[in-house]
Design a protein around this ligand. Structure first.
Ligand SMILES: [Zn+2]
Length: 222
């Protein structure tokens, strides 16, 4: 696995880090690379309230905050920054302000790799806006100082328009941590995780592929 000095992960929702990225995060940390996670919201508009339900609209933010902390503990992330934006409103926020906050963290930590969503290819408006702010922040840096930016994309047209992902990481050695990270976001994933475990037991190829391989698109700034 490639060596990095520091990895910065920027996503809008608790659990965005869990699905397609937690294997990479766990691998970096296992190799001694510190990872900082900027999470823009607490996902307080999340549709799920637990299965069976144990949250309500009032308690969900606090519950998701605890789940995020638990997920970070599983992964070994020691520096998680909860940015206090409101869920489902990132597209209406001042993108320049979010970009400035990302710039400040880049100045502080000098990450050599930044991971975020690919703007326009990440399905949810919060995801796309988050990715836009990060790209804007990195674009402003002198070319020689720019960290590598790896993007997660999962819209139906992403491969058609972006080509195949150029980064594919085998994270099979940390697959248990990945499952535990997804599981930590209990209010949102309890239903899903039961299915994952069942399919895992059956050694289902599609599931193993999803679990053990993480793919990213390196953002090209020209
Ligand atoms: Zn999300």
């Amino acid at each position: 696995m490639e060596k990095h000095d520091h990895v910065l992960v920027v996503f809008p929702h608790p659990d965005d880090e869990a699905f397609g990225v937690s294997g990479s995060i766990a691998s970096f940390i296992q190799n001694g690379t510190p990872v900082t996670y900027m999470c823009l919201t607490l996902g307080e508009m999340g549709r799920n309230m637990g299965n069976p339900p144990f949250a309500n609209r009032e308690t969900l933010p606090l519950i998701r905050k605890k789940e995020l902390t638990a997920a970070c503990d599983v992964l070994g992330i020691k520096d998680v920054r909860m940015m206090g934006y409101r869920d489902k409103t990132i597209e209406f926020e001042d993108n320049a302000l979010i970009a400035k906050q990302v710039t400040d963290v880049i100045d502080e930590l000098k990450p050599t790799l930044v991971i975020t969503f690919y703007p326009g290819y990440s399905v949810h408006p919060d995801h796309d806006s988050c990715g836009e702010a990060v790209i804007e922040a990195v674009r402003k840096l002198p070319e020689s100082e720019r960290p590598k930016v790896e993007c997660v994309a999962f819209s139906n047209n992403c491969v058609e328009e972006l080509g195949e992902a150029d980064v594919s990481r085998d994270v099979s050695t940390v697959q248990d941590k990945k499952i535990s990270t997804i599981e930590a976001h209990r209010s949102q994933t309890a239903g899903l995780i039961a299915g994952v475990k069942k399919r895992l037991k059956a050694n289902e190829e599609e599931l193993l592929n999803w679990l053990q391989k993480e793919r990213f698109w390196t953002y090209k700034f020209d």
